[in-house]
Design a protein around this ligand. Structure first.
Ligand SMILES: [Mg+2]
Length: 320
């Protein structure tokens, strides 16, 4: 039974509440090009007709400040049934700030919260509200930071496989000389039947990445993510054409905010074969047609996408 009757009256968005939580990591973490020891999640709660919806992004606390200082005023009073209109109003409002980065992450968190509100107002699962294109999506476990000792890497990836996850991803690129042995250790831990993905976060040079691809193929790696920086189109094209058979080249996590256009151009120019994003970095609406942001409340988005989707799981606790 729905709580809201469609009609000529709007359902005003009553308020936005935003909070940010910075959580220390268990140990210093790193990938091929970045190190960190804490993670901040920005949570947006939107309310309309007494119903509250949740949206979030992983971003600096400045993102929460932008939501509170600007976006809350932009969407408050607008129709909770007209989420695209809210999104457009937010995009227009941040014009002078620049679209990439903090502004897009802030919009994404609010946008997700508003869709959640609408789904709850209608008593519908989000996947039903948006419309499903498939029954399920593949998932993979992601971790294996370059700061992890080999035994920890093996334990983490092996534990995911033990829980039934058939694909795992590890980070590489911090210490290239050690990467082949780390990949081998991972393969030993996950057995021969688990798909193994690697992510260099753009750490390699072109020739280095090519050489590594050959080495990784020997360990059954089927997905090589950001072997070179995502803005190196020629390098991505080189990798796509020259990588061993059976190894997909992925990129797009750190592309510009208009993810659909960015990814589309790269696919069109045959620079990559796979694209992904899991952090709501690039704006939730854009990613609706690209990749699901994370495994959780927004997973139904994956089922709605008409394109190839791979859901990302960064912690066993978020598995259903
Ligand atoms: Mg990545």
């Amino acid at each position: 039974m729905t709580r809201v009757r469609f009609g000529s009256t709007i359902v005003p968005i009553e308020r936005l509440d935003v909070s940010a939580y910075t959580v220390p990591t268990d140990f210093p973490e790193s990938d091929g090009t970045l190190t960190w020891n804490e993670t901040t999640i920005v949570i947006v709660e939107a309310q309309a007709a007494g119903v509250r919806g949740l949206g979030y992004t992983y971003a600096d606390v400045a993102t929460a400040t932008l939501v509170k200082a600007m976006l809350a005023e932009v969407v408050t009073g607008r129709d909770a049934m007209a989420v695209p209109g809210c999104w457009l109003a937010m995009v227009e409002a941040i014009r002078n700030l620049g679209r990439p980065g903090i502004a897009s992450m802030a919009i994404a968190a609010v946008d997700a919260a508003l869709w959640d509100v609408k789904a709850r107002l209608l008593d519908l699962p989000l996947v039903t509200l948006l419309g499903a294109a498939r029954e399920s999506v593949p998932v993979y476990g992601s971790g294996g930071f370059t700061s992890s000792a080999p035994e920890h890497l093996q334990h983490q990836l092996g534990a995911w496989v033990a829980r039934g996850i058939p694909r795992v991803k590890m980070k590489i690129g911090r210490h290239p000389a050690e990467d082949p042995s780390r990949v081998r250790a991972a393969r030993e831990a996950i057995g021969p039947d688990t798909e193994l993905f690697v992510d260099a976060n753009g750490a390699y040079t072109r020739k280095q990445a090519l050489a590594m691809a050959e080495r990784f193929a020997g360990y059954g790696v089927t997905w090589f993510e950001e072997p070179v920086p995502s803005d190196d189109l020629e390098g991505l094209r080189l990798m796509r054409d020259r990588a061993p058979a059976g190894m997909e080249i992925a990129a797009g996590e750190y592309g510009p905010p208009h993810a659909r256009g960015w990814c589309g151009r790269r696919v069109a120019s045959r620079c990559i074969t796979l694209r992904r994003d899991h952090r709501l970095f690039a704006g939730w609406r854009a990613l609706r047609s690209a990749f699901p942001p994370t495994l959780g409340a927004l997973l139904p988005l994956a089922a709605c996408s008409s394109l190839l989707c791979v859901a990302h799981c960064s912690a066993p606790g978020v598995l259903p």
